[in-house]
Design a protein around this ligand. Structure first.
Ligand code: ADP
Ligand code: MG
Length: 594
C-alpha cells in the first residue's frame, strides 16, 4: 500500500480510541464537563448499558450559542489558554478533546443555554459530520445526548462489554462522582429505572449512603481535615466490621478529582493492618487536599491517574488520618494477621512440599503487641532465616493423609494442639473447619442440588450494584447452592432460605449478613468455571468456626477426626496450611537429646 496521509476524519477517529473506550468513558467525560461548568445537579440516563444511548444533563453555566460548534472542535477548550500554566490545573478537563472524540464515533445532540440568554441552541453531529444547528428551547444548562456509540465502527463495538457489565461500570463511576462531590446532586437511571440518587447537600455521609446504603454510611468513622498545612485528608472510613472482599470500595479524590492511585490505596490498607483479616478491605471515601501545583494531572490520557509530586508525604498523611480514626474507635478487637510470609492482603502461598520446618520456623516471632504497624515486616525468608543449624532441618512434614492424632487441647482460642506418632501438630481451627466443610458440601453439591432451609423470618438485604449483579447473573447457581432469593424493591432482595449449614447456629453471623459478605467476596473475577467452586468455599468459610472461639476437647476431637477423613487435609480451600507440624526429631535436637 502506498504511503499517504490519513484523512483528518480518520485521524480523529484513531485519536478518539484513546479517550473514548466505551460507554463509561463517555459518561466520565460528559460528567466532568458538567462539573467543570459548576453544575449543582447532574442527571445521567443510559439505555442498553450506554451503547444505545447516554444522556447527561446539567444545570451548569451552559455554552453560548455562537460557541457551541467551536466546543466540538479538536483542542477547543474554555479552560486553559496559551498563557496558562499546565502545572496548576483546577478543572477536570483541559485538553479540549472529549467532545470532538465522542462526536467522531457516535451521534451527539448537544443542547445548551447560558443563564443570561433567553434562548438556547442545539446542534447535531453524526460520526464526525455536522448535521444540523440552530436555536432551541432549553432550560439553562447543557444536555448532551449520545446515541449509537461505535455504530459505524463494528470492530470497536465488539470490544464493548455486555449491557450488564457496562452498566456496572457506569454505576460504579457515578457512585465515585457522587462521593467525590457531595455538593452536587447526582442521579443515574438505566432503562428508565433509577439506580442512584445523591442529595447533593454537601454531606459526604449522605453521598456515601446514596451509593453504599444508609446502614454502611451510618457506621462509618469520620476523618477530619485539621485545615493546617498544605495537605489535608478528610472523609469517612468504615469500622473494621464492615470490610469488603475487594479494594473497589476505597474511593480517593484529590482536589475533587477521583483518582486511582495504587500507593494511596495501599496507604489506606496499611492503616487497617491488624484491624482486618487478610484479603478484607475497608469501605473508604477520602478527600485529599493538595496544592494545585503538587498534582500533575497530565500523565494519563483519561486523567484517571495523577502524579503527586510529594507522594511519600501524602502517603503518610493518608495512613495517619485513617489510622487515627480507627484508633479512636474503641471497641476494636485487634486481629493479629498471621505472618505467612506474604505481603499483607496477599493470599499466602501454601508451604511447598519438601521444605523442612525447623523448630523456630514453626513458631515465627509473634507480631509485637501494641501497634501492629510496628510489627516486624513480613519477610518471605524469615522462616528460613530462623531455622536451626544446617542438617537438623527435618523431613517435609506434609503427608497426603494424616496420622491418627490425639488432641491435647486448644491454644490461643485458635489452634488445636495434637500429638501424633511423629511429633506435635498445631491445627488452625478455622482453616481446618473450612477444609472439612468445603469437601462435605462439594460432595453433596456434586451429587445433587443442595437443600434450602427456609428462614423463620425472611430477611430483606440491601445490595450494592456489584452484589446485585451477582444475584442477577448467578441466580441459577445461587439457587442450586440453596439460597432462595427474591427481588424486593429497588436495591434490595428478600432472602427466604439458605443452605442448612448457614442457617445453623455455628454460622458466625446472621443469614442476611452472611449472604451479603458472600456476594461481596464472589463478585470479584466473575467469569470462569471456577465460580461455583469459589461460591462453595466462600460458603464454607462463613460456616466455619472462627479463630477466637473456645472449643472444648470434644469439639476439638470431632474437628480433628473430620479433618483426618478429608481428601486434602493439609490446606484450606484458599491454599493456606491447616496445620504446622513440630517433628519429634526436631524436639529431641532442641532439648539436646540428640
Ligand atoms: P475540555 O473539557 O478539555 O475543555 P471538552 O471537549 O470536554 O474539552 O469540552 C470543550 C468545551 O466545551 C469546554 O472547554 C467547555 O467550554 C464546553 N463544554 C463542554 N461541556 C459543557 C457543559 N456541560 N457545560 C458548559 N460547557 C461545556
Ligand atoms: Mg472535558
Amino acid at each position: 500500500m502506498a504511503v499517504r496521509v490519513l484523512s483528518e476524519k480518520l485521524a480523529s477517529r484513531i485519536a478518539a480510541g484513546e479517550v473514548i473506550e466505551g460507554p463509561a468513558s463517555v459518561v466520565k467525560e460528559l460528567v466532568e464537563n458538567s462539573l467543570d461548568a459548576g453544575a449543582g445537579r447532574i442527571h445521567v440516563e443510559v439505555s442498553g448499558g450506554g451503547s444505545r444511548s447516554i444522556s447527561v444533563s446539567d444545570d451548569g453555566c451552559g455554552i453560548a450559542p455562537d460557541e457551541l460548534e467551536l466546543a466540538f472542535e479538536r483542542f477547543a477548550t474554555s479552560k486553559i489558554d496559551e498563557s496558562s500554566d499546565l502545572s496548576g490545573i483546577a478543572t477536570l478537563g483541559f485538553r479540549g478533546e472529549a467532545l470532538p472524540s465522542i462526536a467522531a464515533v457516535a451521534r451527539v445532540e448537544a443542547t445548551s443555554r447560558t443563564a443570561d440568554s433567553d434562548s438556547g441552541a442545539k446542534l447535531v453531529f453524526d460520526n464526525g459530520a455536522l448535521i444540523s444547528q440552530g436555536p432551541a428551547a432549553a432550560p439553562p444548562g447543557t444536555t448532551m445526548r449520545v446515541t449509537g456509540l461505535f455504530g459505524k465502527l463494528p470492530a470497536r463495538r465488539k470490544f464493548m462489554g455486555s449491557v450488564g457489565s457496562e452498566l456496572t461500570r457506569i454505576q460504579r463511576l457515578a457512585g465515585q462522582f457522587a462521593i467525590a462531590h457531595p455538593s452536587v446532586a447526582f442521579s443515574l437511571s438505566a432503562e428508565g429505572r433509577s439506580r442512584l440518587s445523591s442529595p447533593g447537600d454537601g454531606q459526604s455521609r449522605a453521598a456515601v449512603a446514596a451509593v453504599y446504603g444508609p446502614r454502611v454510611a451510618a457506621a462509618m468513622l469520620e476523618i477530619e481535615d485539621d485545615d493546617e498545612g498544605a495537605f489535608g485528608v478528610s472523609g469517612l472510613t468504615a469500622a473494621p466490621d464492615t470490610a469488603r472482599g475487594s479494594r473497589r470500595y476505597i474511593t480517593l479524590s484529590v482536589n475533587g478529582r477521583c483518582v486511582e492511585n495504587r500507593r494511596l490505596t495501599f496507604a489506606v490498607e496499611q492503616a487497617y493492618h491488624g484491624f482486618l483479616p487478610e484479603r478484607r478491605f475497608p469501605v473508604t471515601a477520602l478527600y485529599i487536599r493538595a496544592p494545585l501545583d503538587d498534582v500533575d494531572v497530565n500523565v494519563h490520557p483519561a486523567k484517571l491517574e495523577v502524579r503527586l509530586l510529594r507522594e511519600n508525604l501524602v502517603f503518610g498523611e493518608v495512613q495517619r488520618a485513617v489510622r487515627s480514626a480507627l484508633s479512636e474507635f474503641s471497641p476494636v478487637r485487634r486481629l493479629h494477621v498471621p505472618q505467612w510470609g506474604g505481603r499483607p492482603g496477599q493470599a499466602p502461598a501454601p508451604a511447598p512440599a519438601g521444605r523442612g520446618f525447623g523448630a523456630t520456623a514453626l513458631w515465627p516471632a509473634p507480631p509485637t503487641d501494641g501497634d501492629p504497624l510496628n510489627a516486624p515486616a513480613d519477610n518471605p525468608d524469615a522462616a528460613e532465616g530462623h531455622a536451626g543449624p544446617d542438617g537438623v532441618q527435618t523431613a517435609p512434614s506434609y503427608r497426603s493423609t494424616l496420622p491418627v492424632l490425639r488432641v491435647i487441647g486448644q491454644a490461643h482460642e485458635t489452634y488445636i494442639l495434637a500429638e501424633g506418632p511423629d511429633g506435635l501438630y498445631l491445627i488452625d481451627q478455622h482453616a481446618a473447619h473450612e477444609r472439612v466443610i468445603y469437601e462435605e458440601i462439594k460432595e453433596r453439591f456434586e451429587s445433587s442440588a443442595m437443600e434450602a432451609q427456609p428462614l423463620l423470618e425472611p430477611e430483606s438485604i440491601e445490595l450494592d450494584s456489584d452484589a446485585a449483579e451477582v444475584v442477577e447473573t448467578r441466580s441459577e447457581e445461587l439457587a442450586r447452592a440453596g439460597f432462595v432469593i427474591e427481588p424486593f424493591g429497588e436495591s434490595s432482595v428478600l432472602l427466604r432460605a439458605v443452605p442448612p449449614l448457614l442457617a445453623s447456629k455455628s454460622a458466625s453471623e446472621g443469614p442476611g449478613a452472611t449472604l451479603s459478605a458472600i456476594l461481596d467476596e464472589v463478585a470479584e473475577g466473575r467469569s470462569g468455571d471456577a465460580w461455583m467452586d469459589r461460591l462453595l468455599y466462600t460458603m464454607a468459610c462463613h460456616a466455619s468456626v472462627r479463630a477466637g472461639k473456645t472449643l472444648n476437647i470434644e469439639e476439638s476431637r470431632e474437628l480433628v477426626r473430620r479433618l483426618e477423613g478429608a481428601k486434602q487435609p493439609h490446606t484450606c480451600p484458599h491454599g493456606r496450611p491447616t496445620m504446622v507440624h513440630l517433628n519429634a526429631g526436631t524436639l529431641e535436637y532442641q532439648f539436646g537429646r540428640r
